[in-house]
Design a protein around this ligand. Structure first.
Ligand code: ATP
Ligand code: MG
Length: 371
């Protein structure tokens, strides 16, 4: 798969730009605050229908304008396609694929496939579970668009159930009469999501272990396991009915604690990925370098799985990552991505000297020029 061209209008600091990419390495080079990340954001936006920097699409519209527009042309194994997204202030986005209007943003997820890696991804190891749930959710949505609908339904049921819990002190009768219904719906959706996450993480672990050991030659071996907050043992996730029952029973026996806390205490919105090196939690024990290697291995695993599933490589988007890596890891990464399309950003072109044949694009105040 490769991103051939992007046409952008009123997106962040880009007033108007038309950029053609090569199917190999593309380097966006420029000083700080010129529009390098903004362009990657526009490409990623065409991939998943949302930004990696903000949940509010109004922020993507250029200051003082009423709309933003992105038209991306890409090739997959069979044909050339176009994804068109138009963001209008405080309105629903317009989404088109090959000129056909799509009902929902989620209809384009999985079409143009990209894997993004930026320095903040170190938080995959360092930060709390929220980051790791995001990692699973983006990757699984790309493979199975129905997963997005499960997440949306889960979020809706959770909101209803939380409102009920909050109101229980004032109105216990309504709580008692309806909590079972919402709990059933929540447990049902939770079991679908948990089993997909479990299978994905199991699959990713194989690639993460391989990348990590190739990269570091380390004798320390990573383990990467889906960590449900509801005490399931691993294989139980494969049995949807067992998982559903477990969530349901746990939630139905936690009412008093939940009313005290004012929220739903268990479920997939609390889950995590348990990442360890030789049995020790990476978050607490791994060195900076090991954490960096693990985060990179997780992103490369995302690309590998995407390729296994669709038969072609996704487009890799690297925001400012090469300058953050030491020479060994940089060489490993460059080797690993050979033959794939990469669009990367940097402030220092010198750090890219080892890459031959790359297309270099200079970025200045939201304008893009091949150099
Ligand atoms: P760095 O090397 O520091 O990462 P960069 O080239 O990646 O820089 P970007 O993040 O792409 O920089 O662009 C940042 C610029 O875009 C800032 O000057 C910011 O003020 C501007 N900007 C962000 N959002 C908008 C918007 N909605 N409208 C206009 N300009 C915006
Ligand atoms: Mg940037």
């Amino acid at each position: 798969m490769y991103c051939k061209r992007i046409e952008v209008e009123n997106f962040r600091n880009i007033e108007k730009a038309e950029i053609d990419f090569s199917d190999g390495v593309n380097i966006l080079v420029g000083e700080n605050a010129q529009g390098k990340t903004n362009l990657l954001e526009a490409i990623f936006f065409s991939s998943v229908g949302r930004s990696f920097r903000t949940p509010h699409s109004n922020e993507l519209i250029r200051f003082g304008e009423s709309y933003g527009d992105v038209l991306l042309t890409y090739r997959d194994s069979s044909r050339e396609n176009k994804i068109h997204l138009k963001i209008m202030k405080d309105k629903q986005k317009l989404v088109e694929k090959n000129g056909l209007k799509m009902d929902k943003l989620s209809d384009i997820v999985g079409s143009f496939r990209s894997v993004l890696f930026c320095p903040e991804h170190l938080s995959l190891i360092k930060e709390g579970p929220h980051e790791r749930r995001g990692y699973m959710d983006v990757a699984i949505s790309r493979l199975y668009p129905m997963y997005i609908h499960s997440l949306q339904r889960y979020a809706y049921f959770l909101k209803q159930r939380n409102a009920l819990i909050k109101n229980a002190i004032k109105d216990r009768a309504t709580f008692d009469a309806t909590v079972e219904l919402w709990t059933e719906k929540l447990a049902d959706e939770a079991s679908t999501i948990a089993s997909m996450r479990y299978k994905y993480v199991k699959r990713a672990e194989k690639h993460i272990v391989e990348c990590f050991s190739e990269m570091t030659g380390d004798r320390e071996r990573p383990t990467v396991i889906y960590d449900g907050s509801s005490g399931q043992i691993e294989e139980e996730y494969l049995d949807k009915e067992k998982t559903r029952k477990k969530y349901f029973e746990l939630l139905m026996t936690s009412h008093e604690r939940e009313i005290l806390a004012g929220t739903t205490l268990f479920g997939i919105h609390k889950d995590d990925i348990d990442i360890r090196l030789n049995g020790n939690r990476a978050r607490n024990y791994a060195s900076q370098g090991q954490q960096r290697s693990l985060a990179l291995a997780m992103k490369l695993a995302e690309g590998e799985i995407c390729c296994e599933e669709y038969g072609d490589h996704p487009v890799f988007l690297f925001d400012d990552v090469l300058s953050e890596l030491d020479e060994g890891r940089r060489d490993y990464l460059l080797n690993r991505i050979e033959g794939k399309q990469v669009i990367m950003t940097t402030c220092e072109i010198d750090s890219m000297e080892k890459i031959s044949g790359a297309k270099k694009i200079e970025v200045k105040s939201g304008s893009y020029k091949e150099i």
